[in-house]
Write a protein that binds this ligand. Structure first.
Ligand code: NAD
Length: 363
């Protein structure tokens, strides 16, 4: 099979974990632990090849990609450090609203520090690099910056995977622009492999299937990475809370009143680094209206958890490029994203993705 040329916007923890995983699985072909698909439509993890990367942090811009992936403030677990000397230097992107002002109140090792460089022309770099797909890993709340990178993809004819909660794939106007140019798009906001969202959705479906009415629920999340530090700025949080809440609400026939559902990032605890802790509580009534409660605690390494999903989203997008299919990729968006254009249950979405991979389904 041919290689899959990707570009990355935001060389943070998710990018680091994804690229570590790609190399690890490439160099141990018998190992499929942690993957939903080792071979996806003929593509293996090692077929993914990075050709361009953009960031704005002074410890990453102008550095080799390998150096940038392990540079501060990245703090995710290093589970594979034998990365190649990628022939890629991290380029300065436009900062726009990518960096929250409150970051300046925290130690440099923990926060973003903007490089004193002029931004490159992202569309031009994408064209020259031969990138086929751009992954958007910008911080939550980067509304203008996320749209800038989406625009660059439209200009450069590059597929767009939106891993964060700015509504682009799920926005009709944006989706139509990708459809009109026959450029594939997957989004929005990655739903991790076994993360808070899919666990909460699965339990919500369980209540519903077993006739238990869910009266109220919360999902509290905290961690010590820059994603959680960034989200201490509540003004940047609106889209993240909306994305996470609607993902759970969509499993219910009748949505909960907003005062009975609370889902969101809740605090920043530096020593947790990239370890994310999630507490879910569900209160409902079963047979005879008798109350029941469920409490769950989930502990995950946040970035690796998203890598396990992104590695399939990339390969599904490559299949679309091979098949000359553009616009929204409905099935893989529903399976891998919290806010896809159309929500399906996770079991429906899995079946749809399997059919898409084998070609029984167009998108
Ligand atoms: N499990 C997960 O980790 C998970 C799940 C769902 C969604 N997400 C989302 O994915 C995104 C990335 O997560 P992360 O943990 O890698 O974040 P991170 O904070 O580690 O990385 C963000 C990177 O973006 C860079 N950046 C800031 N502004 C920029 C700009 N204008 N142009 C280019 N780069 C810029 C920062 O310097 C940093 O390197 C976040 O929005 C997060 O909410 C992550």
């Amino acid at each position: 099979m041919s290689r899959i040329n990707i570009a990355i916007a935001g060389v943070g923890n998710c990018a680091s974990s994804l690229l570590q995983g790609i190399e690890m699985y490439k160099n141990s072909p018998e190992d499929s632990i942690g993957l939903m698909n080792y071979n996806l439509g003929g593509y293996k993890p090692g077929d993914i090849n990075v050709v361009a990367a953009f960031d704005v942090d002074k410890r990453k811009v102008g550095k080799s990609l390998k150096e940038a992936l392990f540079a501060k403030p990245n703090c995710t677990t290093v589970f594979y450090d034998k990365l190649p000397d990628y022939p890629v230097q991290v380029q300065m992107g436009p900062v726009l609203d990518g960096v929250s002002e409150h970051m300046a109140d925290y130690p440099e090792d923990r926060s973003f520090v903007v490089a004193d460089e002029n931004p490159c022309d992202v569309a031009k770099v994408l064209k020259e690099s031969g990138a086929e797909i751009l992954i958007n890993y910008l911080p939550v709340g980067s509304e203008k910056a996320a749209r800038y990178y989406a625009e660059a993809c439209l200009e450069a004819n590059v597929g767009f995977i939106n891993a964060m909660p700015v509504f682009i794939a799920s926005d009709e106007t944006w989706a139509k622009r990708f459809e009109d140019k026959n450029i594939p798009i997957i989004g929005d906001d990655v739903k991790s492999q076994v993360g808070a969202t899919i666990v909460h959705r699965t339990l919500t479906k369980l209540f519903e299937n077993r006739g238990v009415i869910l009266d109220r629920t919360y999902q509290l999340n905290f961690g010590g990475n820059t994603d959680f530090l960034n989200m201490l700025n509540y003004q940047r949080l609106t889209s993240k809370k909306k994305s996470k809440t609607q993902s759970v609400q969509s499993e219910l026939k009748v949505a909960l009143d907003s005062e009975n559902i609370h889902i969101g990032p809740s605090d920043y605890i530096p020593w947790l680094n990239d370890n994310k802790i999630c507490h879910i509580r569900m209160e409902g009534r079963g047979f005879g209206h008798v109350p029941l409660t469920l409490d769950v605690k989930l502990s995950v390494e946040d970035a690796a958890n998203s890598g396990g999903v992104m590695i399939d989203a990339i390969r599904c997008m490559k299949l679309a490029l091979d098949r000359k299919i553009g616009g929204i990729l409905t099935s893989i968006s529903a399976y891998t994203m919290k806010s896809p254009p159309i929500q399906y249950t996770d079991s429906e979405a899995k079946k749809m993705v399997d059919d898409y991979i084998t070609g029984r389904r167009e998108r």
